[in-house]
Ligand binder design. Structure first.
Ligand code: CO8
Length: 259
């Protein structure tokens, strides 16, 4: 498969890396890019050799938002009628293996929303996050009004959504939007190290953990806790649970088989 708006590669045969690649538009997200991103992530998800994925952009921009040039002429009938553009913005949510966002530079509007759809974010020191849609007469449309308050609390999220103010990497780390901040030149090394450490973990438990943490984000507390308990119970049906615990007790390295 050849792509025009993203670059795709693997590292160590285990980590799938997608680099957003529309440099002239600061990786603004258009229909083609979202299609290609979804296709690439689904292909990695289906590849048994791959244990984790990374989505990244350029040093200057992870993504500066949905492509305003593409959106500017739409009417209400266009966006509502065609359900703009749920079709390919939601694909990333159906990926079952973990996806790390490695964010350098601007992550604005749909770019911030895309980063938040990933499972966690590692940010470079120059990262800037924001939901500036209000400044162009719209509001976040790909989950920003829902995921941002859950990630950083209502007050900060409301301020950002209402004023369009950007948050730098240090503030994003304090607020809990990103898991950690690293120097720009170490961003991919750190993201890769995290991805490789996930690849060492038993794959079924990794998928189950992702699913359960996402439940905490997407539903109410009692439902989430019950879901977690059931998934926890179900992992006792895997060989890797026996192997992981036996290996710990025997003080040896576990040999996981994803079974
Ligand atoms: N869309 C299209 N083109 C863009 C975008 C964008 N979002 N952002 C930047 N560009 C283009 C610029 O037009 C410019 O192009 P050109 O060189 O041809 O003039 C080029 O990228 C470089 O940009 P700047 O010259 O502006 O670079 P600066 O370093 O001066 O500024 C900024 C960088 C601050 C990032 C600035 O470009 C900016 O403010 N961009 C727009 C940010 C924005 O408003 N993002 C939100 C967009 S709306 C959105 O994301 C809604 C999501 C809804 C999804 C719904 C799905 C269902």
């Amino acid at each position: 498969m050849t792509y025009e708006t993203i670059e795709v590669r693997t590292e160590a045969g285990k980590v799938g890396i997608v680099t957003l690649n529309r440099p002239k538009q600061l990786n603004a997200l258009n229909d083609q890019l979202m299609d290609e991103l979804g296709t690439a992530l689904k292909a990695f998800d289906a590849d048994p050799a791959i244990g984790c994925m990374i989505v990244t952009g350029s040093e200057k921009a992870f993504a500066a938002g949905a492509d305003i040039a593409a959106m500017a002429k739409y009417t209400y009938a266009d966006v509502y009628g065609k359900d703009f553009i749920t079709r390919n913005w939601e694909t990333i949510r159906s990926v079952r293996k973990p996806v790390i966002a490695a964010v350098s530079g601007f992550a604005l509007g749909g770019g911030c929303e895309l980063a938040m759809m990933c499972d966690f974010m590692i940010a470079a020191e120059n990262a800037k996050f924001g939901q500036p849609e209000i400044k162009i007469g719209i509001i976040p449309g790909a989950g920003g009004t829902q995921r941002l308050p859950r990630a950083i609390g209502k007050s900060k999220a409301m301020e950002m959504v209402l004023t369009g103010r950007m948050m730098d990497a240090a503030e994003a780390e304090r607020a809990g939007l990103v898991s950690r901040v690293v120097p720009i030149d170490k961003l991919m090394d750190e993201a890769l190290a995290a991805a490789l450490s996930i690849c060492e973990m038993p794959g079924l438990a990794v998928m189950a953990a992702k699913e359960a943490v996402n439940r905490s984000f997407e539903g109410g507390l009692s439902d989430g806790v019950m879901f977690e308990r059931r998934v926890f119970h179900s992992l006792y049906g895997t060989e890797d649970q026996k192997e992981g615990m036996d290996a710990f007790l025997a003080k040896r390295k576990p040999a996981f088989k994803n079974r």
